[in-house]
Every structure is written in C-alpha cells, then in structure tokens.
Design a protein around this ligand. Structure first.
Ligand SMILES: Cc1cc2nc3c(=O)[nH]c(=O)nc-3n(C[C@H](O)[C@H](O)[C@H](O)COP(=O)(O)OP(=O)(O)OC[C@H]3O[C@@H](n4cnc5c(N)ncnc54)[C@H](O)[C@@H]3O)c2cc1C
Length: 352
C-alpha cells in the first residue's frame, strides 16, 4: 500500500481528522478546494457555529482566529411562519464566520506529515486485495492512482465514496440555494423561514459584512422556482433583496430515518455529511463533522482491531441525537405543530 489512510475531502470533517491522526500513519488527503485565496470551490453555508461545534473546539483546544469572524454577531433568530404570518424571536448563541476562510484555516492546521493534494478531484475508489485503489485528477486534469489500506469519505453531501462504494445506502438530498445581495436593511438580522408551499424543509437569511445572504433547501423538483416564489412572498414581510451579486447551489443531505446515517464498512469510514451526519431540523452539520472526525481519530490512533465496528458503536449517541433532530424537524415542518409552538410564545423575546 502507498498509504495507510486516504482522506477524501477536507471540509471540517476531513481537516479535523487529518489534524488529529497520529503521525505514525502515512496519510494522504485529497481535496477539491484550493490551498488558499478566493479561487476554486467554496462550500455554500450560513457560516454559523453552533454551541455543540464550539464545545468540539474546546475539547480539541482550538480558538477561532478573529479574521474568520464576520460582522455583526447576531444573538437571535427571527422565525417566520408564512402560512400563519406568525413571527417570533428566539435567542441563539451562534458565532458568525466566513465559511471559506474557516475551511482554509482548518486545512492550514493539518500537520506537514500528511500529504495534502489541493485542487484535486477524487474520481474512483476500487477494492483491491488488502485495501483500495483511488483515482484522482489534479488541476491539470491528469489522472493518478494511489493505494491505501483505509479510506475515509469526508467528501460531504454528494460523497463520491458513498456513491461508489455504497450505492444501496442512498440518502434524501435537497438542493440548497443561496443568493448574496448588498445589505439594505436598517438593522441586520438572522432569520429562519417556514413555508410549506415552498419547501418542507426551511429557508434562512443572514446579514454578514455588508451582505444580505438569503438561502433555502428545496426538494430537487422545481427548486429554483420555489426559491424565487419564496423571495417574492418575503418582500411583503420587509425583506429587501435587490439584484443578486452571486448565486450558490449545492446538494444538502436531509436525513429522514435512522438508516440514513451510514458509517461504512470493510476499512472504509464515512464521517461528517458523507455519513448523513447533519441536523434535519436546522441543517447544522459542522459539529457532527468535528465530532465524527474526533471519534474516528481516537479509534484509528488506538490501533483497534475492528475499527469499523468500533466506529459504528461509538457513533451511536451521535446518531440517536441526529434521529431526535429528525423528529424535531417533522414537528417544526408540520404547520399545525409549528403554529401551536409559535402561538405559545414560549422562549419568544419581544422586541421594543
Ligand atoms: C446552504 C447550507 C448552509 C449551511 N449552514 C450551516 C451553518 O450555518 N452551520 C453549520 O454548522 N452547518 C451548516 N451547514 C451544513 C454544513 O455545511 C455541513 O454539514 C458541513 O460542512 C459538513 O462538513 P463535511 O466536512 O462533512 O463536508 P463538507 O464541508 O461538504 O466538505 C467536504 C469537502 O470535500 C471536498 N470534496 C467533495 N467531493 C470531493 C471529491 N470528489 N474529491 C476531492 N474533494 C472533494 C470539498 O472540497 C468539500 O469542501 C449548511 C449546509 C448548507 C448546504
């Protein structure tokens, strides 16, 4: 084998694993993002760090550098139910940051003992005796092949590792669309929007560094149409869009049942969103990416004789928590229950 471990994808999950693995392993990591700068692939994201992700940073002894943070930091989410016209404000302790800078910062923490290929696309993973053969394409579109004993799929919602190795373990995917506008609202705000006529997931907006970002997750069929019609509806609620400066789109995993979370087998491990680890109720996924990477690093570093079994077992609490988020999402996206919760005004903070 050329390598002990091949990590495919360096988002929060892959970068954390690459950082936490013992230097005694020979590790290669392939990532389609560039090493630095604004070129290349950017992950569309709300850029909000949840308290669970903050806890993972505490455990891993990491502090966020100030140049990754965005302005302003907002402490509440204004929640809209367009079917009942109810609006509530709920306190949130998110840290708002620039997602692309965050990803590049996490990549920069990977030790030099790991071989990292940036701007590189993994195309194929084939089973061979004692391991896997991985085909990747570099920035000049030249193909290379390497072999590794363990493969870690940390390549997000549209994971090539999951698609190629586990075609029977498909997971529900929605299309996430985000548009950036010049901020024109007098008070920047963060919002969460429910409208079952547009999507049975949800939409959001956030003000960052002079931009107003509006996004939503929609079923694949007619996603663009629903996105535009939702924008139109929100204008009457005081949303000021103007001309979009940029539009971003990607697939987002929207888990629906316990079986959607899949951790891999036969020396392949799925971590982060590739494993389906994302909250169905908020689409918060960074904490699960960090936590699953941390769990896997401990198992591999300990030289566990059955690492797949151990990873499956040690992610049970994580999967149960994610399952509770599926239940929560079902309640929040059901108009009757949502109306009941919002009408109760429990935890709502009245603004002056
Ligand atoms: C629109 C949107 C908004 C979101 N907002 C938030 C939020 O505010 N807070 C939050 O906590 N979560 C948010 N999430 C979820 C969060 O972004 C993901 O759950 C999280 O990024 C998952 O991390 P990951 O490392 O598993 O995957 P990713 O972050 O998707 O990283 C995977 C990486 O793999 C690389 N890659 C993919 N395919 C290949 C390949 N074939 N070859 C080589 N490299 C490859 C890419 O460079 C990519 O960066 C949001 C998701 C979406 C879609």
């Amino acid at each position: 084998m050329d390598y002990d471990i091949a990590i495919i994808g360096l988002g929060p999950a892959g970068s954390s694993l690459a950082r936490l693995l013992s230097s005694s392993f020979k590790v290669i990591a392939l990532d389609k993002k560039h090493q630095s700068g604004d070129e290349g692939f950017h992950k569309p994201c709300g850029g909000l760090l949840s308290t669970d992700a903050q806890k993972a940073f505490i455990r891993q002894g990491l502090n966020l550098p100030a140049d990754i943070l965005t302005d302003p930091q907002i402490f509440s989410v204004r929640t809209y139910d367009l079917q009942t016209n109810l609006v509530c404000n709920y306190q949130r302790s998110y840290v708002s940051f620039d997602r692309h800078k965050f990803d590049l910062w996490l990549k920069s923490l990977i030790p030099s003992t790991v071989t990292v290929y940036h701007n590189t696309l993994c195309k194929e993973i084939l089973r061979i005796i004692d391991g896997y053969q991985i085909t990747y394409e570099n920035e000049d579109k030249i193909e290379y092949k390497i072999t590794a004993k363990y493969v870690v799929g940390a390549d997000g919602a549209n994971s090539v590792v999951r698609r190629m190795r586990y075609p029977n373990h498909t997971i529900r995917q929605y299309v996430a669309i985000q548009q950036w506008f010049t901020e024109k609202h007098t008070t920047p705000f963060y919002s969460c929007i429910f409208d079952n006529r547009s999507t049975n997931c949800y939409a959001w907006s956030i003000s960052k560094d002079g931009y107003f970002i509006f996004g939503g997750a929609f079923p694949k069929k007619a996603a663009n149409q629903h996105f535009e019609s939702l924008k139109e509806k929100l204008k009457s609620h005081g949303f000021n869009f103007g001309d979009p400066l940029k539009t971003e789109k990607c697939l987002v995993v929207y888990p629906n049942r316990l079986g959607d979370f899949y951790t891999g087998n036969e020396n392949i491990f799925l971590i982060g969103e590739a494993a389906g680890f994302i909250s169905a109720s908020s689409l918060e996924g960074i904490s699960y990416a960090l936590n699953s990477a941390e769990i896997l690093s401990k198992i591999l570093n300990s030289g566990h004789p059955k690492p797949n079994k151990s990873y499956y077992q040690r992610t049970i609490p994580l999967r149960l928590k994610l399952y509770s988020k599926i239940a929560k999402a079902k309640i929040l996206t059901t108009p009757f229950w949502r109306k009941l919760i919002m009408k109760s005004k429990i935890q709502h903070i009245k603004t002056n």
